[in-house]
Design a protein around this ligand. Structure first.
Ligand SMILES: [Zn+2]
Length: 148
């Protein structure tokens, strides 16, 4: 007993065009000289942005701390804000550190190489996330959170 579902499929397609297998090409797309410049630009821009964010963050925090004319409710809100500022600053500082380290690797010629397994990260990843130290495989194995 056959159930062919549809009768009217003259082409009888059995297989679709098979998409490129996942990860097949990541190690085969080396960075080009222009890519390094682009990555360097992005990293410097990112570093500048993070530095000014951190500076602004610090200004806000010290303005808050200096502001003593607050009643109890405001003091509570202030503590929450300060904590938020602090955790944002930590995130920014960590990213800034990674960004500067990536710039160092760029100058040292090891940019785009996974710092754990030593294999190329792949061009796409290196350009999309220039501050990433690890290849996709190692980042996944480590259980990386948001931000790679
Ligand atoms: Zn790796």
């Amino acid at each position: 007993m056959r159930d062919r579902g549809r009768d009217g499929d003259p082409e009888g397609r059995t297989h679709r065009e098979v998409r490129r297998m996942n990860g097949a090409e990541t190690s085969e797309s080396p960075l080009r000289p222009g890519d390094l410049e682009e990555a360097a630009d992005r990293l410097s821009e990112q570093a500048d942005r993070l530095r000014s964010q951190l500076a602004r963050n610090e200004e806000t925090a010290s303005a808050l701390r200096a502001d003593c004319d607050l009643d109890a409710a405001d003091t509570g809100a202030k503590a929450v804000t300060l904590r938020e500022l602090h955790s944002r600053a930590e995130t920014d500082a960590a990213l800034l550190e990674r960004t500067l380290a990536a710039l160092d690797r760029l100058r040292g010629g090891s940019f785009g190489i996974c710092t754990r397994c030593g294999r190329p990260q792949g061009r796409e990843r290196a350009l999309a996330l220039p501050h990433a130290e690890l290849c996709v495989g190692c980042a996944g194995a480590r259980g990386a959170g948001p931000g790679g």
